[in-house]
Design a protein around this ligand. Sequence first.
Ligand code: 13P
Length: 283
Amino acid sequence: MLENMKDMLNKADSGKYAVPHFNINNLEWTRFILEECQELKSPVILGVSEGAIKYMGGYKTVSNLVRSLISDLNITIPVALHLDHGSSYESCVKAIDNGFTSVMIDASKYPLEENINITKQVVLYAKDKNVTVEAEVGAVGGEEDGVANELAYAKVEDATKLVSETNIDFLAPALGSVHGIYKGEPKLDFERMIKIHELVKLPLVLHGGSGIPDELIKKAISCGICKININTELQIAWSKDVRKYLAENNVVYDPRKVIKSGEMAMKEMIKEKIILFGSNGKA
Ligand code: 13P
């Protein structure tokens, strides 16, 4: 069932678990994720970046693909279709107009006032269409860094200001995680996480969830993290098995066989994350 993230993340907040956000890249990934989450009865957020939307053909194609798979595969768990790191108001509007049930507006690269202004406009557009909005404060680092810049950690006063002035549904505060592969162990600021969660009274989102040790993930959930974004670890698991399959089958040319050769590894990783996050059986 396609829905926005409100109910699933509010339940996660009070139940002290986290709903997985898995990034999708194509039809097969979407199917593997939906099937495994259905198997484990976990709610799921299908996150789609602007790059992945472009790769798959466009907003409408992605929206129709997800809707059709939910119907054809008889998926009954709660599923949210979420724009990941929407870079502009226009991009969020496009996602909403094409049936995404949730959007992230990431205006964190701008000064706080501008971040607030852009985020406010997105909330205004999304609210009467029953679409939920996530925003970012501070700046989550990228693959090139492998380690978070402590100067870019979210400030408590910026987080409370952004939330009180924009009426967003969920907040992603940058508190030491990075996208891609970590260099060393991430330094998550749990004290600040607790403070922000207490003050903003909203479910918090952890970006850069791949590669964070299990104990730190559990601690983050106990500090108010209700949604954890995973992309890199699924990519690594999938590509490792595809490489192995190609090395062992050097005459294979059917793309279905090639893409499918990463299915089991991906499903194993999805299962591992769902059990770690505690979302199994919550659908
Ligand atoms: P990873 O690169 O750690 O998987 O993070 C994905 C993410 O945060 C997408 O928004």
